[in-house]
Each structure stands twice: as structure tokens, then as C-alpha cells.
Design a protein around this ligand. Structure first.
Ligand SMILES: NC(=O)c1ccc[n+]([C@@H]2O[C@H](COP(=O)([O-])OP(=O)(O)OC[C@H]3O[C@@H](n4cnc5c(N)ncnc54)[C@H](O)[C@@H]3O)[C@@H](O)[C@H]2O)c1
Ligand SMILES: C[N+](C)(C)CCCC=O
Length: 497
């Protein structure tokens, strides 16, 4: 039974959280509106945190670190598993709030909550496996390494996967013994604080996961804070560069999960049905607002007409509307300025000679309560060329650019001709071609005969300007811990003096 409906929710509770409880910021004069994308109503007000609140949150995290970092992996895992159980029980409620704040369909929001839970379960399982090495040295002496946490880590998130991003960052951080202060995007402040509350309810020490709200000023205070040991950021390339610069002042390590303009290569020997499904998954999840989207769809010339016909037919059939309805497959874009930006990309594409094969227009649902929402019809652009802005720039909306190619060599050159390298995909039945192509693609996540799947057991992250470091998978432990080497002398000191 649905607890909420679009247009019916007002979030009145404070959205900041530190030292184990929700906190109000005294900065009432700086309150900002937060909108419900499905209706355009004001959903709540954001109370941005200033230097005092950021400091309180970091202090709370420091205090929790003192206790948490001394627990065994098994003890940490117990609390994380309890948090995962609470998420499982509250799945529908969290997914509904994600929909209300972000605009994506409830079907997708549920999968995002599942991914968040699985990530916590995965790192809980890894927590007790963290260990160092024993190295035998001459004369019976030896050295060993201890894998130690970093301290207070900062997470800064984008608005497209608010709960999932908060979980993907906090789960490995906490499993390694760190504490965290997380700042969600000011556009989607509602669900990260639910995660902080869930950890507290699961028995985490006060201050283990804290949430401070705000935009770039708050983010910048966090990056510059002297007691912060690491910054993990998800967002645009432009902001990522600033984060790296700020972190460099304190020589703090960064994880950067940035933007993309990923290619999807469809060869003529593909299973066409799967290739079409893959192209839709590569472009229209979360209203196209996905970093890893394969928005440059290169199709081998001989199958182009067939492919385009099928993709356009299925794109036209995508059910747009109230994101809380089970039948909806595409909800609203995140806000009005972003919708306008995406629509202007479509206009620009037309001016540059692309053909709109379907969609690309603002959409007004028939339900009166949704009329102020930020909807558009998903768009397929044909006759695209490599120089067009729709092919060069990250649009971050439901706009697929279709390009034609003839040879493998040619398409690889064109696919790699970008400053970004988050993801890439190839559809072919030729197993040798598939691996050969993937070897040459300059991207952090490559998909063969699928697209946009992100199981939490495997690393995710970008090459080139799409980022530094990885999230998920075992390797992420490396990004949230450091090695201490201990030399143990069993004989006498062999002094040169
Ligand atoms: N690679 C990934 O995993 C991934 C995932 C999701 C989104 N993204 C990327 O995120 C972008 C869209 O998200 P967005 O519009 O929220 O990005 P954004 O860069 O505008 O903002 C991201 C976050 O950074 C904060 N911020 C902005 N300026 C800051 C500053 N000077 N100092 C500190 N913090 C600052 C924002 O408040 C927000 O919380 C796209 O480019 C998308 O590709 C990447
Ligand atoms: C759509 N996925 C597969 C969940 C990826 C989300 C990560 C980036 O936006």
C-alpha cells in the first residue's frame, strides 16, 4: 500500500544530522527551496550549514572515530548488517522519499535502495577480512603491515542517486573503521539523513555518519577542514577539479566519480533485440541523468535502419508520468533549470543538423497536479556527427545520439575521442571482437552485451577526466585505509656509527 502520493508530501523534519540526532541550523535567513520534481511544488526548505555546524559535525565524527576504529571488523559488521536489515524493512518508505525528492520512477528507486543495502552488506562482509602482511627479514627479524583507517572522511554527493551515493561512499568508509560527514546535493537533501538515522538505530556510535546540508560553500568548508582526512566526491568534472585543488592544500586523498560521455558500439553481428534493450538501458534510466550513460550510440552501417526503427518504436512507448505509479517508466527531471538545459541541447542539435527521430519536447501530463512538473519526452537523435555538441557534451538527460560507423578500427578511434572515460559498451556475437574492442576502449567500466549494470562486488569508476579511484568492489578498501609498516628487530642494532 502506497504511503504517499505525488503532491501530498511536506518534509518538515530537520535535514541536518550529527552527534546521533537531527539538528536544525540557526541559518534561517539562508533557507532555500527544495522542489518536488513530479509536481513543481516546494517540498521542504534547506538549511545550509556554515562553519560552526560543519565544525560540530566533524567533531562528532572525530569522537565516533575514536570508538569505532578500535572495534574489530566483526563488531563493525554486526552494526552494518543491522543497518542493512533496517533498510530492507524500510525499503518502500525510502524509495518513496527518493521519488518525491528526485523525480525518478518508484521502480528504479526501489532498485537504488536495494543497491545501497547490498553495498552495506558487501562491505560488512569485508570488514573482518581487512588485514596486513607478515614479511620475514634477515636474522629472524620481520616486518608486518597494519591496515588502518584514515579518520574522518567527507562524502559529497550528486542529485541523481541520492541514497545510493550516500551508501556507496559510507559503507566502505565505515567498514574500514572511518567515520563520515556526508553532504548531499542541495537539490536532493531528503534521503541521506534517513541513512544516518538508520545507522544510529542500528547501534552505531553517535557521530559515525553525519549529514550536513548545503551547497558549494558548505562543501568547501568540509574540503578545507583541517580534521578531515579524505574527500570522496561524486559530481561534475568542473566541481571535481575544485575539490582536488581544495584537498591538495591539506594533501588529502580524493576519490572523484565524475561525468561521462560514454560510447556504446553496436556491431552488425549483434543480437539486435539485446542491442536495442542495451541502448535503452544505456540512455533512459533515471530520465537519462546517469553518469555512466552510453549516450553516443555507434551503430554499424548495415543494421542502422533496423536498429533505429526498433529503438524509436520502444522509446515512443516509454510511459512518462507520475513517478509514484507502478506503470511509469520515466518520471520527471530533477528541476526546471536542468529540464531547460536538456531541451536546449535538443534545439542546438537540430541547429547543428541532427534529426529528431522522436521526443525531445517538454511533456505536460494530463493529471492536473503534475502540470508544474519537469517532464520531457525521451529523445533519439539521428544523423549525428562527431563534432555536434550533443555528441561532445554530457547532456545528463534522456537524449540518445545515434551515429553510424563502418569499421572496428574507425569506431574505436571515434569512441575514444573524448576527454572522459567513465564507461563504454560493445554488442557483438563475436567473442574475440568483444574482448579486442574492450581492450582498446579507454573507459573504467566496459560492458560486453549489456549496459549500466553495477553489481556492488565490482569496482566502478572512471579513466581520464571521469575520475580518480574506484567505488565498490574489494579495491575500494585501498581508498579508505592506509598501511602502517612495523619493523621488528630480533637481534642487535647494526650501527654504522
Ligand atoms: N561518476 C559517478 O559515479 C557519478 C555519479 C553521479 C553523478 N555524476 C556526475 O555528477 C554530475 C551531476 O551532478 P551535480 O549537478 O550534482 O554535480 P555538481 O558538481 O554540480 O555537484 C555535486 C556536489 O558538489 C557540491 N559542490 C558544488 N560546488 C562545490 C564546491 N566548490 N566545493 C565543494 N562542493 C561543491 C554540490 O553541492 C553537490 O553536492 C554529472 O556530471 C554526472 O555525470 C557522476
Ligand atoms: C545506473 N547505475 C547503474 C545504477 C549507475 C549509477 C551510478 C551513476 O550515476
Amino acid at each position: 500500500v502506497r504511503c504517499v502520493s505525488s503532491g501530498s508530501v511536506d518534509v518538515k523534519v530537520p535535514l541536518n544530522f550529527w552527534a546521533g540526532k537531527r539538528q536544525t541550523s540557526p541559518e534561517t535567513c539562508n533557507k532555500e527551496h527544495v522542489y518536488e520534481p513530479a509536481t513543481g511544488r516546494v517540498l521542504c526548505h534547506l538549511e545550509p550549514c556554515g562553519a560552526v555546524e560543519v565544525d560540530q559535525a566533524v567533531k562528532a565524527a572525530e569522537s565516533a572515530f575514536g570508538h569505532w576504529s578500535k572495534l574489530s571488523g566483526m563488531e563493525r559488521a554486526k552494526i552494518m548488517i543491522e543497518a542493512a536489515r533496517i533498510i530492507e524493512r524500510r525499503r518502500e518508505e525510502i524509495a518513496e522519499m527518493e521519488v518525491v525528492n528526485n523525480g525518478k520512477s518508484i521502480t528504479e528507486a526501489r532498485l537504488d535502495v536495494d543497491s545501497a543495502r547490498l553495498c552495506i552488506e558487501y562491505y560488512a562482509a569485508l570488514a573482518s577480512t581487512l588485514a596486513g602482511q607478515h614479511v620475514q627479514l634477515a636474522g629472524g627479524s620481520f616486518a608486518y603491515t597494519r591496515r588502518e583507517p584514515l579518520g574522518v572522511c567527507v562524502g559529497i554527493g550528486a542529485w541523481n542517486y541520492p541514497f545510493q551515493i550516500a551508501s556507496w561512499k559510507s559503507a566502505p568508509a565505515l567498514a574500514c573503521g572511518n567515520s563520515m560527514v556526508f553532504k548531499p546535493s542541495p537539490v536532493t537533501p531528503v534521503t541521506a539523513v534517513m541513512l544516518a538515522e538508520i545507522y544510529a538505530a542500528a547501534g552505531a556510535p553517535e557521530g559515525l555518519l553525519n549529514v550536513v546540508q548545503g551547497g558549494q560553500e558548505t562543501g568547501s568548508l568540509l574540503c578545507h577542514h583541517p580534521d578531515v582526512a579524505k574527500v570522496s566526491f561524486t559530481g561534475s568534472v568542473a566541481t571535481g577539479k575544485k575539490i582536488m585543488e581544495m584537498a591538495s592544500k591539506g594533501v588529502k586523498p580524493v576519490t572523484l566519480e565524475l561525468g561521462g560521455k560514454s560510447p556504446l558500439l553496436i556491431f552488425q553481428d549483434s543480437d539486435l533485440e539485446n542491442a536495442v534493450r542495451g541502448a535503452l538501458m544505456a540512455n533512459f534510466l533515471s530520465q537519462g541523468q546517469v553518469c555512466s550513460n552510453g549516450t553516443r550510440v555507434f551503430v554499424q552501417k548495415d543494421i542502422l535502419p533496423e536498429f533505429v526503427e526498433e529503438v524509436v518504436k520502444r522509446t515512443r512507448a516509454i510511459q512518462i508520468g507520475d513517478p509514484l505509479l507502478e506503470s511509469t517508466r520515466m518520471g520527471a527531471l530533477v528541476n526546471r533549470p536542468h529540464l531547460e538545459k536538456v531541451l536546449s541541447f535538443v534545439d542546438q542539435a537540430k541547429k547543428e543538423g541532427a534529426t529528431v527521430l522522436c521526443g525531445g519536447e517538454a511533456f505536460v501530463p494530463s493529471d492536473p497536479k503534475l502540470r508544474g512538473g519537469y517532464y520531457m519526452t525521451p529523445c533519439v537523435l539521428g544523423d549525428c556527427t562527431d563534432e555536434m555538441s550533443c555528441v561532445k557534451e554530457e547532456i545528463f538527460g534522456p537524449v540518445m545520439s545515434v551515429l553510424s560507423f563502418e569499421t572496428e578500427e574507425e569506431v574505436l578511434l571515434r569512441a575514444n575521442d573524448t576527454t572522459m572515460g567513465l564507461a563504454a559498451g560493445v554488442f557483438t556475437r563475436d567473442v574475440r571482437r568483444a574482448h579486442r574492442v574492450v581492450e582498446h576502449l579507454k573507459a573504467g567500466s566496459c560492458f560486453i552485451n549489456n549496459y549500466n549494470i553495477t553489481p556492488v562486488e565490482v569496482p566502478f569508476g572512471g579513466f581520464k577526466m571521469s575520475g580518480i579511484g574506484r567505488e565498490n568492489g574489494q579495491v575500494t578498501v585501498e581508498y579508505y585505509s592506509q598501511l602502517k609498516t612495523v619493523f621488528v628487530e630480533m637481534g642487535d642494532v647494526d650501527s654504522l656509527f
